[in-house]
Design a protein around this ligand. Sequence first.
Ligand code: CTP
Ligand code: MG
Length: 396
Amino acid sequence: MSQPSVPRVGVVVVAAGSGTRLGAGAPKAFVPIDDGTILRHALDGVFAARASDVVVVAPPGRESDADAEVFAAAGGRRDPVTVVPGGATRQASVAAGLAALPRDVEIVLVHDAARALTPAEVFERVIAAIQTGAVGAIPVLPVIDTLKRVAGDEIVAAVDRAELSAAQTPQGFRRDVLERAYAVATEDFTDDAALVAAAGQAVTAVPGHPLAFKITTAADLDRARHLVAPIPPAHRVAPALQRVGMGTDVHAFGAEGALWLAGLEWPGEPALSGHSDGDAVAHAIVDALLAAAGLGDIGTHFGTDHPEYAGAHADVFLGRTLDLLREAGWLVGNVSVQVQANRPRFAPRRGEAERALSAALGGAAVSISATTTDGLGFTGRGEGVAAFAVALVSPA
Ligand code: CTP
Ligand code: MG
């Protein structure tokens, strides 16, 4: 027994319009969006869909230009694409395209070249609807605007937009149904669904796509150009040559013994509490460096489950951090740290503290700034110290 054959799908791409409303000085199909024309982009979508036969309906006399677009879009594969001249109306152009489809095509999709950015998934949805039994299927989008019926400048009635949808293309039909509808049509319709409906056939709706909008006016063309524009260099993600990291730490005053802060002992100042020496400056720097290198944070490497760090000072923490970064292939660029505290006063010992921390980091530049907080918050009330650090690292 032979396999049930999959019906052949043909696409008629109507591109024969003059583009009067666009006013670009050329038939709309040949107006560029970027490097590619409207027709080229439309064909990209068509060729990405599962169609076996494509007919392009070109402005009469411009068939060879359409041919060149087909050739470019198809990457050199010309067959099975046919180019035929269109008619005076869209309907006449569709009829010309329909007549050029091979006899064994059973499902026909009619697509406006002017809907240049229509994604292949819309074609797939329409094809699937016909393959599962619909005689006609069109993509639609809900109407967003509030609608009114007007006569002249008078609002006659509100229109319930829930009942309305905007029709797009590709519109798909069983070929026999579409041909019969064309054969009996006596008036001009704006789309094929209307023509098929006028012939008494039911047409199904499938979800459309915002990118399937029709390029009609200059504003539409602008929108298409923005959509296909490459991302400007300033918005690209830079390769990770250098990386920054930030860290903060807070400790409360109230421990026994001497204060250790920024790698220095501060005789006569109240001590900070903490598992180690409570040196919030050193700990903020550790977090900033580990974050910059993507190595976790201080808890990952120096948690309370490491008794060897109990009571340890900045040189131990920073030295170990430096080793971790080196093992991972990073060099420390610089570190900037700000201390928020009423005391100790950093100004007299700033250089000394910077040198101590720099030495612990193998000579990397460390700068310290210090500030009070105008009496506000826990630092303003003298309850503790907060430190904020930023670090820059580079691949070794
Ligand atoms: N079309 C066609 N043949 C025509 C008229 C229109 O093939 N005689 C095609 C257009 O090329 C377009 C689609 O039908 O892809 C939808 O038509 P529309 O957006 O109105 O395009 P134009 O007719 O070119 O534009 P205008 O009405 O502004 O002149
Ligand atoms: Mg038109």
